[in-house]
Ligand binder design. Structure first.
Ligand code: BES
Ligand code: MN
Ligand code: MN
Length: 458
């Protein structure tokens, strides 16, 4: 195998500037104002796949944003790897908190700053460039299929339909995804599980109109007060979640599993220092690593109502709202949890208010095996380029499609991500290390090489 490190070094400047072209397009899937940019991004991904040497490259329409498909079938007797990624990004708001504009990529201190640099344009594009290098140097040892979607950040609502309708075209031996993080640049890890998601919006209505808070205050239910009390009641003293039936389907990890995950390098002091907090809060009886991976959570993502303008206005609002997310673990079902939440939330509402519970998107949790050939290939690949065997680690985020790959296509996924938890994905100043980007491009070819070898030997 020719030295991929040398090859990556030779082309690094071009690889970075090509990524910048992608990052300049504000492909925010959540906001219709960016529709054209999202569509332009799909076009650019298509062009880049063609330039890299992919065949049958196509922009596949869905009822929402399109999926870009491309493939290279070298030899039908070789194993096939389905590469998944997403070209859409989260909104860049709040814009004023960015050091430099979100869609004008720049490198500072070895990091590429731009919305989508780590999640997921940078990580997705590593695969396009690794593919280009493998093909150019005649070292593509597996068939490859690309499926790059544009609605991951809004719940991938049209993906299951695409998988079902394209089972044949998507036939593969495994799925390879780079959309997660490692423990540290010198502590490589492979994500072995993702949490699911149930996302809900609630509306609480009190009196039929805003009222003078002196004239009516004390006499009627203030929807903001009531909403806060209702939300507060969703957690027990020990910070477990107080929704009947919520934990019924939670798979309890064995002591051995828990011991192992707590042996992975993690410093609570560093965690606190990096976040500038003096203490953490979480479910009693679990460590921070466990709280953020194997345990389900409930968090308010946004809450509003009443007067929030300058100065003070004495008003008793008519309405209050909140957006609430619950991260789920195996084997919690997002639809069931949404239903449990809705029933419970409605049942605890005092008669003084009316409550409407509106479900948003959800996603199933997933665990990926550590004894599979694809895991082994990823582990060997990272070992080859980092000089250390990666640690298996459960992740806290969600990629709902991973469960669908298993359910609809019968495929196992390997989550070989190269980001860091400190990349500030979804936050202002999102960044991705130049080191990580180039290391990913260097590592991916080894995955293909080892995967082909291991598959041949079974
Ligand atoms: N790439 C992330 C998920 C992720 C990040 C997993 C870091 C593990 C480590 C993905 O783009 C994402 O943000 N997913 C959403 C879910 C979606 C339904 C909006 C999430 O986790 O909030
Ligand atoms: Mn992502
Ligand atoms: Mn994301």
């Amino acid at each position: 195998m020719s030295d991929f490190k040398t090859l990556v070094d030779q082309h690094s400047e071009r690889f970075i500037s090509e990524l910048f072209d992608l990052l300049r397009l504000p492909s925010v899937s959540a906001d219709p104002a960016f529709k054209q940019a999202v569509l332009d991004t799909a076009e650019l991904v298509k062009t880049r796949l063609i330039e890299a040497g992919a065949d049958k490259v196509e922009i596949c329409p869905t009822p929402g944003y399109p999926i870009v498909y491309g493939e290279k079938i070298i030899d039908s007797s070789l194993p096939t790897v389905l590469v998944y990624g997403h070209y859409d990004v989260q909104p860049a708001d709040p814009l004023n908190l960015w050091t430099s504009p979100a869609f004008e990529p720049v490198i500072r201190n070895g990091n590429i700053f731009a919305r989508g640099s780590a999640d997921d344009k940078g990580q997705m594009y590593m695969h396009v460039k690794a593919f280009e290098l493998m093909l150019k140097t005649n070292q593509l040892d597996c068939n490859i299929k690309f499926m790059i979607e544009g609605e991951e950040e809004v719940g991938s609502a049209n993906l299951d339909g695409f998988l079902t309708a394209n089972k044949d075209r998507l036939k593969a031996d495994c799925v390879l995804v780079s959309d997660t993080s490692m423990i540290a640049n010198d502590i490589p890890s492979i994500t072995t599980g993702l949490r699911g998601l149930s996302y809900i919006e609630v509306e609480v209505t009190g009196p039929n109109r805003d009222l003078h808070s002196g004239v009516y205050g004390g006499g009627v239910g203030n929807p903001i007060n009531v909403l806060c009390e209702m939300i507060a009641s969703l957690k027990n003293e020990d910070k477990s979640i107080n929704i009947p039936g919520f934990y019924d389907d939670v798979v309890i990890c064995t002591e051995a599993e828990r011991k192992l995950m707590n042996e992975a390098p993690f410093s609570l002091d560093e965690y606190k220092r990096e976040l500038k907090i003096d203490d953490v809060i979480g479910e009693e009886g679990y460590t921070t690593v466990e709280r953020t991976s194997i345990r389900p959570t409930l968090d308010v993502n946004g809450i509003w109502g009443g007067y929030i303008g300058e100065g003070a206005k004495t008003v008793l609002p008519s309405k209050a709202y909140a957006k609430i997310s619950m991260r789920l673990v195996p084997n919690q079902d997002p639809d069931k949890i949404t239903e449990l939440f809705k029933n419970h939330f409605e049942s605890i509402a005092p008669k003084a208010v009316k409550v409407v519970v509106k479900p948003h998107h959800g996603g199933h949790p997933a665990v990926t095996p550590v004894d599979s050939i694809e895991y082994k290939a990823a582990s060997m690949a990272m070992h080859a380029t980092f000089g250390k065997e990666p640690i298996p680690a459960r992740g806290g985020g969600s990629i709902p499609i991973v469960a669908s790959f298993e359910k609809i296509l019968g495929l196992k996924t390997v989550l070989m991500g190269f980001g860091l938890d400190t990349d500030d994905i979804h936050s202002p100043d999102e960044h991705y290390g130049v080191f990580n980007y180039l290391k990913g491009i260097e590592t991916i070819p080894y995955f293909f090489k080892y995967y082909a070898q291991l598959k041949k030997n079974i």
